[in-house]
Design a protein around this ligand. Sequence first.
Ligand code: NCD
Ligand code: ZN
Ligand code: ZN
Ligand code: ZN
Length: 426
Amino acid sequence: MKRCIRNGQIYGTGNSRSGKPGDIWIQGGVIEKITEPGEAFWQEDTEYIDAGGCWVVPGLVDLHVHFREPGQTEKEDIASGCRAAAAGGVTTVCCMPNTKPAADCEEIIRLIDEKAGNACGVHVLPVASITVGMNGKTVVNTRKLYNCDTQCKELTGRGIAALSEDGRSVMDSAVMESAMVQARDLGIPVFSHTEDHAITAESPEGEEIIVARDILLAKKTGCPLHLCHISTKGSLDLIRLGKRWGLKLTAETAPHYFTLTREDTANKTDTLRKMNPPLRGEEDREAVRQALKDGTLDVIATDHAPHCPEEKQRPFAEAPFGVVGLETSFAVAYTELVKRGILTPEELVRRMSTKPAEILGLRRGIIAEGYPADLAVIDTQREYTIHGEHLYSKGKNTPFEGKRVFGKVVCTLADGNVIYREGEEA
Ligand code: NCD
Ligand code: ZN
Ligand code: ZN
Ligand code: ZN
C-alpha cells in the first residue's frame, strides 16, 4: 500500500529542511520521497493522510517501559502496552526485565518477542536482567541472550536491546563489573537503575552514589553505560564529569522530573505521584531542564510503570512505586519544554527519538528518504486535559491527572502501517 502524509510540518530530518511543510511518500514501509506540499509524486493507489496544521516527527523511541508480561498482565500486557505506545506516538520501546519471572533467559526473551509480534506493530526491544532472577549475584548468560533470534536482532544486530536490573540496583560492585565486561565484549549497553538500597531513596545521595559508582565502572571497563531516570542536580554534575572523561555514557530523565516537584504536590500522600526515584525539589527540576538543553541528559524516556487502581488506592506507604507515561510524554514535554522556550522543536525530537535510536544502534529516529516510515502526526495546537481513565494503557496511574497540555497524537505509523488513528478503535 502506498501512502502519503500531506502538508505536515516535518521535524527530525537532520538537515535544514526541518520545520518546513512537506509531503512524505511511503512505499514498502520505507520513506521513498519527501516533496514540497502539493506535488503529485504518485498519481494513483495512494492513501492520503492529511497532516495540515500538525507536526510530523519520527516515531518516538522510548528506552524505558514496563509491560509486565509475563506474570503481571493485570497491570499491563505487551498488547495493551503497545497500544498505549502507539497512542502516544511511540513506535519503539525497550521493555524492562522486572517481570515475573524476570527476563533473564532466552525462553522469556523469545516469549516477549512472540507476544510483541502479535501486537499492533510497535517495535518491542527486550531488555534482559543483569543477574539470574534479579538475585544480584549470578550474571545471566549474556552470549546466549545476545544471539537470541528476535525482532531486536533484526533491528540492532543483538537479540536484546540492553542489560538492566531496572527496579533495583546490582549492589555488589564486582558482579556489576563482571556484567559490564561481558556487555562490553558483546557490544551490549547496560541501562542502570541508580539506587543505593542501603540509603533512603528520599535522599539525593541514594541515587548519586550508584551514579558515581557506575560511571567509575564504565571508566574501568569501557562498557557503554546508560543511566536511567536521573532526577537530581548532583547526578547531573557526576554525568558531566563522566562525559568529560570521554566515556560511552548517556543518561535519561522522565517527564515527571522536569514537570513536578515534591513541593508542588498539593497532597504529599498522593500515590499517583509515588515513584522511584521520588519527585525532587525545585532546584533539581530546574537542573534537569537545563541538562536537557545542554545535552547532559541525552534522552527523555517515560519509565512507563503501570499498576492496578486497587494497588494505587492503598495507603501511601503500601502503594507500589511507578507511574504511566507512554500516552502523555510528548504532550507534557512539548508543553513544559518547547512552549516555555527551553527546547526547540528540533531538540525535543532529538531527545525523544533521534538520540535514543542512536543509543540502540537503530536505523530510525529520523525522517529521511530510504529510512523506515516510523512516524507520528501530532496536533501541537490542540489543548486538552489528561485523564487517567481515558488512557489505552491498563495502568491509569498518571501523575498528570487533570493537567492541561498541548499536543495530541492523531496518527502513528510503524514501517509504513497505520498503527494508531485518533478516534478509531484498536
Ligand atoms: C518501576 C516499576 O514499577 O517497575 N517503578 C518505578 O517507580 N520507577 C521500577 C523502576 O523503574 O525502577
Ligand atoms: Zn528503575
Ligand atoms: Zn523503570
Ligand atoms: Zn479524570
